[in-house]
Design a protein around this ligand. Structure first.
Ligand SMILES: Cc1cc2nc3c(=O)[nH]c(=O)nc-3n(C[C@H](O)[C@H](O)[C@H](O)COP(=O)(O)O)c2cc1C
Length: 194
């Protein structure tokens, strides 16, 4: 059973605000072949409408699919998905269908039809690629507008994440490099100082 509930677009930036590793999904508009890659580099850039930046190497198959379809999905993997996260970031969909090879289940986004992973992920965002910028020609940065979002209601509610010692498998992943990851260990609540 899915624990996912819609996230209001005004809170979509909170899903990525703390810098988790993400999985970027895409689909070939002609053949409908799906793809998924890992990405450590992404950030919210605007609140309303919610817009985000992702860095996708021009050599990846994902880049080609995102540019030809004009859409992509962002899924935030949970700690329990660490091996698959690393695996989808270590092979190209040009060589192998990662969904088949790794037995990854996906649903179709209601707004844009992009593949979205709920099993073992704790959030997803459907994004429309924004018109090409100079940054996109010279660098690897792509900008997207979030058109729908959802998150696992066990760890994301009241517009923010709630990570604690009782839900460690559902914590997000942060990449240190070379297949080493950390999860968010301690939660601190800031108190007013004046
Ligand atoms: C943890 C992790 C983080 C990564 N971060 C990025 C990233 O931010 N941008 C990028 O272009 N590639 C990144 N990669 C590499 C891509 O996921 C990798 O090139 C992938 O094989 C591309 O797949 P594709 O050709 O099927 O699109 C990362 C890989 C890993 C394992």
């Amino acid at each position: 059973m899915s624990h996912f509930l819609p996230v209001a677009l005004q809170h979509a930036s909170r899903l990525l605000n703390h810098g988790p590793v993400i999985l970027i999904t895409s689909q070939d508009p002609q053949s409908q072949r799906r793809n998924v890659m890992a990405a450590a580099w992404s950030t919210p850039v605007e609140f309303t409408p919610p817009r985000i930046a992702i860095v996708v190497d021009k050599a990846t198959w994902s880049r080609e699919l995102i540019e030809s379809s004009g859409t992509f999905g962002i899924c935030v993997p949970a700690a329990a998905f660490v091996d698959l996260t690393y695996a989808v970031g270590s092979m190209s969909g040009r060589d192998k269908d990662k969904f088949e090879a790794l037995n990854i289940q996906a649903i179709r986004g209601r707004e844009l039809g992009v593949p979205l992973l709920e099993a073992s992920c704790v959030a997803w965002l459907e994004c429309r690629l924004l018109p090409e910028t100079e940054a996109q020609q010279d660098y690897d940065t792509l900008f997207g507008e979030v058109v729908s979002a959802a998150a696992d209601s066990r760890v994301f509610y009241d517009g923010r994440w709630h990570f604690d010692a009782n839900n460690r498998d559902l914590h997000t992943l942060h990449h240190l490099g070379g297949g080493q990851f950390v999860t968010v260990a301690n939660t601190l609540t800031a108190k007013a100082v004046i």
